[in-house]
Design a protein around this ligand. Sequence first.
Ligand SMILES: Nc1ncnc2c1ncn2[C@@H]1O[C@H](COP(=O)(O)OP(=O)(O)O)[C@@H](O)[C@H]1O
Ligand SMILES: [Mg+2]
Length: 321
Amino acid sequence: MSTCNTGPDFSSGFPAFVSAGDILTDLVRVPAPDGTPAHGDSHWRAHPGGAGWNVARAVARLGLPTACVGALGTDNFSDELWNASVAAGLDMRFMQRVAHPPLLAIVHQTHPPAYYFIGEQSADLAFDPAKLPEGWRAHAKWAHFGCISLVRQPLGETLATLAAELRAAGVKISFDPNYRNLMAHGYEPILRRMAALADLIKVSDEDLRMLFPNHSETEAIAAMRALNPAATLLVTRGAQAASLHTVDGEVIEAAPPRVEVADTVGAGDASIGGLLFSLMSTPQRTWRQHLAFALAAGAAACRRAGAHSPTLDEVVALLAD
Ligand SMILES: Nc1ncnc2c1ncn2[C@@H]1O[C@H](COP(=O)(O)OP(=O)(O)O)[C@@H](O)[C@H]1O
Ligand SMILES: [Mg+2]
């Protein structure tokens, strides 16, 4: 596997951006050609994935030195994730390998999605921050957390502690809860804890409905903001207008560019990755400009099948339209 020759150069030190946890293999059932449910053999496709891993790839592809922080196994699926991480230009000093089974997301139906996870005592859970390369924290500017890694113990506790330590050291924290069915019970404590640490929170309209089931969207946004009024909140709504709620109470709305959609897998991850890239690479931009960049990154991800990480050129081309 060759490394991406246009990728960031890590020779000079540690990455300014890390995305922690959430690296797994999606095993997706391939529907029968006539769309009927499988009654015998079924076909499966394995995709390297995980929301956090997608965010890492998004930022790396746009052009900033990036690491995905976590642990993989020593099996075939983990080898594929490792190779795809190398190809994405991620700093591999941050990816640990342990002789435990892989974490799999079994997506046995796609319309509507139905899934469960296989990952008892799996490799991801064994991630150990003490084994990360010495001195990296001083170079980190932003760290991203979210999704199922926060509810898989002992990993969730490890990551929440890491987030608190990074924040105390001046690293900015990004958080995308990315609702999954694992969070149906007992998610509130970690939601509160991570939201309180965050400088930036991203939720989709669907996340809001699942996290605050008895609330209108306006009430859910208010509840989310109340968890940490000092965090900027990005609310995305697929092809509909997104809103950015600043710490000054300003609400900026914008629609994503219209694109021909191959699929929307990883769109949210590309949009928060795009926002983080914009904040880190061009801090002088206004919030409206950062939002436009994020939405173009999300839309660009939809133009290609799978969790496509758009290049800077792809995003800039959409912004110019
Ligand atoms: N159908 C679409 N057309 C254009 N852009 C889209 C579409 N779906 C998603 N996006 C882009 O991806 C962003 C995140 O999508 P969304 O579906 O809200 O998040 P998530 O993937 O987390 O559910 C949107 O704000 C938009 O920029
Ligand atoms: Mg999402």
